[in-house]
Design a protein around this ligand. Sequence first.
Ligand code: NAG
Ligand code: NAG
Ligand code: NAG
Length: 421
Amino acid sequence: MNKRTVIIVVALVSILCLAVGGNLYFMYYLNAQEPPLSSTRALENVIRHKIRHLKPAYLNRNPRFFMYRNKLLKNYRPATYENASVLWDIANWWPHENEIYPLYDSSMGQLLQTLRNEPITKVNNLSRGTQLKLLVRLSNQQKVIFKPQWYPRDIVVEGPVYSGKDRHIAEVYAFYLGAVLDLRWTPIVVGRVVNLKTDIYDKGDSELQNTMTITPGDNETEQYCLFGKCHYCNEEETVCGDENNNIEGVLIYIIPGQLAKRRSPWQRTYKEDKRAPWEDDMNYCKSLKGKMETIRLLDLIDVAIFDYLIQNGDRHHYETREERVVLIDNGKAFGNPHKDHLDILAPLYQCCLLRATTWERLQVFSGGVLTELVDRLTKNDALYPLITDKHKRGVERRLLVIFAVVEYCMDREGEKMFKNL
Ligand SMILES: *[C@@H]1O[C@H](CO)[C@@H](O)[C@H](O)[C@H]1NC(C)=O
Ligand SMILES: *[C@@H]1O[C@H](CO)[C@@H](O)[C@H](O)[C@H]1NC(C)=O
Ligand SMILES: *[C@@H]1O[C@H](CO)[C@@H](O)[C@H](O)[C@H]1NC(C)=O
């Protein structure tokens, strides 16, 4: 190699280093100029602006809701039945992929009645999960899950979005909301008042009875309380019934078939001083698009919309059935009616993708119809009214936010954000 070649090579390498270094410096400078947080804030400002200028179609009632409303009201009307086992056989055949029950089926009204009326025959603890639940058998061994009431309807749970214990009514609300939005991915749920002595203690095995306390009350009565067996269960935190030991709860029909549990890419850190990568990276979805099937991503975006409406910010894991996402464990919704945690919608605004059918359906129930219809559907539930007016207004307010976020995405991506998968 002669001297000239060496000089040229050195010069080229130096220029290259300068260019790369300059670029890195420039990128660093850009990042320093715009700290990651501001991008989420910027989005919030865009959304706020969009909400003020929403098209009337988003604010008014859509005449098309009539058709859906009448069919839904008919479908969920309670109906008498003769043999509960027959209905359970039917319901156990219903699930297909993540659709747990059909859009319309004449057996639904009867099935709901079996869950409301069939006697409880046996009760066990169910130590699966972090929150108190029981495994209950109805007549003919049909298994359902029981979750008790912890809070009155008007509780305002303060703190992070995942604070507090399960809100039992949220499970029932989620079922009907899923039915209305055609996200029939939730278990079938009814509210039910049970007796802690006669339905639970007397029907429980000794393991369960060991997780209950009995204290003498006045008038020779006994008060039965339950603390159960679960990750967060302890003897200091019990649920008790009224003076007759009656307590509100929900019965959740167990989804037939195998479920697989997966970590959510939008999982929170559950530490106030530590942020997850997705919280600061508005391009977070880019890396997921390569790693995850589009159909899964679309499922998770539907889930985000569903969770945002009810403010369930605790879906750190999600379950799949035949590779499609199901919506189980919805009890952390409806904590604080005054708060809207926009970041539950991160899958939507970071990916700017949405199933065309979901978008269609959301628009059908604009103008207050969504909560009115769920309210009418739940009138036959033992726990009606499920949520307070403040929570209903919260759901409607959040529907407008979803419309605004979709408008923002349409500005960015156009019609190609809608997918038919
Ligand atoms: C209900 O139907 C099941 C079959 O699914 C049958 O075994 C049972 O005897 C029936 N019970 C009554 C009371 O008819
Ligand atoms: C009930 O709790 C006991 C421990 O007290 C545990 O061994 C058992 O597996 C639990 N039963 C169920 C059905 O989870
Ligand atoms: C005690 O029982 C009697 C009759 O069963 C009832 O009238 C009374 O209200 C009860 N008192 C209390 C404190 O529960």
